[in-house]
Design a protein around this ligand. Structure first.
Ligand code: THU
Length: 132
């Protein structure tokens, strides 16, 4: 029985819009309070405008009033699970610093990280308070 958050990320992956890379990514976030927010990558013909699955989910959740997430799942159809890109790690850090991150593939492999492991020595709002 897969983790329900991984199952949600797999559903999101199926909704990915990835006609250019064909690399479909699904993410699901569990907000404090239990709400699950899903996101997929959405690609643009102007390639640089593409949005990753993780950030799609973060922006959806935050814009709906969920600003703190406790668990993250990312699903791809790859031989080994896919780690989030650097940009997504930064945003995840800002809204899910204490989260457990489950990286999974469709074969059922799961790798577990914490956000702290994925982004040590992070930049965040704390640094902005320290300028002179
Ligand atoms: N992608 C994600 O959705 N999340 C990541 O963390 C890495 C990359 C997407 C962006 C693009 O649509 C495709 O994967 C190939 O880079």
């Amino acid at each position: 029985m897969p983790d329900p958050l991984i199952a949600a990320a797999a559903i999101a992956r199926a909704r990915a819009h990835a006609p250019f890379s064909k690399f479909r990514v699904g993410a699901a976030l569990e907000a404090e309070g239990g709400t699950i927010v899903m996101g997929s990558n959405v690609e643009s013909a102007s390639y640089g405008l593409t949005m990753c699955a993780e950030r799609t989910a973060i922006f959806k959740g935050v814009s709906e009033g969920h600003t703190r997430f406790v668990k993250v799942a990312v699903v791809t159809d790859t031989d080994t699970p896919t780690p989030p890109c650097g940009a997504c790690r930064q945003l995840l850090w800002e809204f899910a610093p204490d989260a457990v991150v489950l990286l999974a593939n469709l074969k059922g492999d799961v790798i577990r990280y914490t956000m702290r492991e994925l982004l040590p020595a992070a930049f965040d709002a704390g640094q902005l308070d320290r300028h002179s």
